[in-house]
Design a protein around this ligand. Structure first.
Ligand code: ZN
Length: 214
């Protein structure tokens, strides 16, 4: 079943019986999110896993028509899906929408939720360096050490079409870069050395053979 923007809506019976066996995104940053209360009235989305070609497709820009045609609904389903899967970021291509937007929730120091939507994101400034382990909801159970910039200034539109800028450091910056990569058809194993990528591919193959790659 597909939504307005081609998002893959999970059938209700499947949703209720599916085990969420991985809570992976960015675990090394010390952020383990509890699975939140699920609103049963809002269909959840299927998360696309590697090597689905949509993950290597450059997303089309969101236009005014998209904003008028219920992008907000797709965004709230994406938030719900992301929270259920225990992630801190989820980009449109990961739910079957080949467009440039993503949702993320990097909590503040007090653990408060901070949901943010970035539409047509543009990284306009980067600075510094951080090296850390990343996960990705499209790569269940796979972690990679990735070098990213420490600070990022991103310009994007919100759901009302207004432009805003956000200045983030640490995990927030890492998340922005990871999700903007998804909008550009780049996945995190594209950011490692060829040898590490080959090792990752072999691990994925093993997981596929044992049925752990869903
Ligand atoms: Zn990802």
């Amino acid at each position: 079943m597909r939504g307005e923007f081609g998002e893959r809506i999970r059938p209700r019976h499947y949703r209720q019986t599916r085990l969420v066996g991985y809570n992976t995104d960015f675990h090394s940053a010390g952020l383990f999110y509890n699975r939140g209360a699920i609103d049963n009235h809002m269909p959840l989305l299927d998360i696309v896993t590697y090597p689905d070609p949509i993950l290597h497709t450059v997303g089309r820009p969101v236009d005014a028509e998209d904003l008028e045609n219920g992008l907000a609904d797709a965004v709230s389903r994406m938030f719900e899906t992301m929270y259920e899967a225990g992630g801190v970021g989820l980009a449109a291509p990961q739910v079957g929408i080949s467009k440039r937007f993503f949702v993320m929730d990097v909590r503040d120091e007090d653990g408060n939720k901070r949901p943010q939507t970035f539409i047509n994101p543009q990284v306009i400034h980067i600075e510094g360096e951080q090296i850390g382990e990343e996960g990705c909801l499209s790569f269940p159970g796979l972690f990679q050490t990735i070098r990213r910039e420490m600070r990022v200034v991103v310009r994007a539109l919100d759901l009302t079409g207004n432009e805003f800028e956000a200045d983030l450091e640490g995990l927030g910056a890492r998340c922005i870069l990871h999700e903007t990569d998804h909008c550009d058809g780049i996945v995190f194993i594209d950011r490692v050395t060829p040898i590490k990528r080959e090792i990752a591919r072999r691990k994925i193959k093993r997981l596929q053979q044992t049925g752990e790659w869903v």
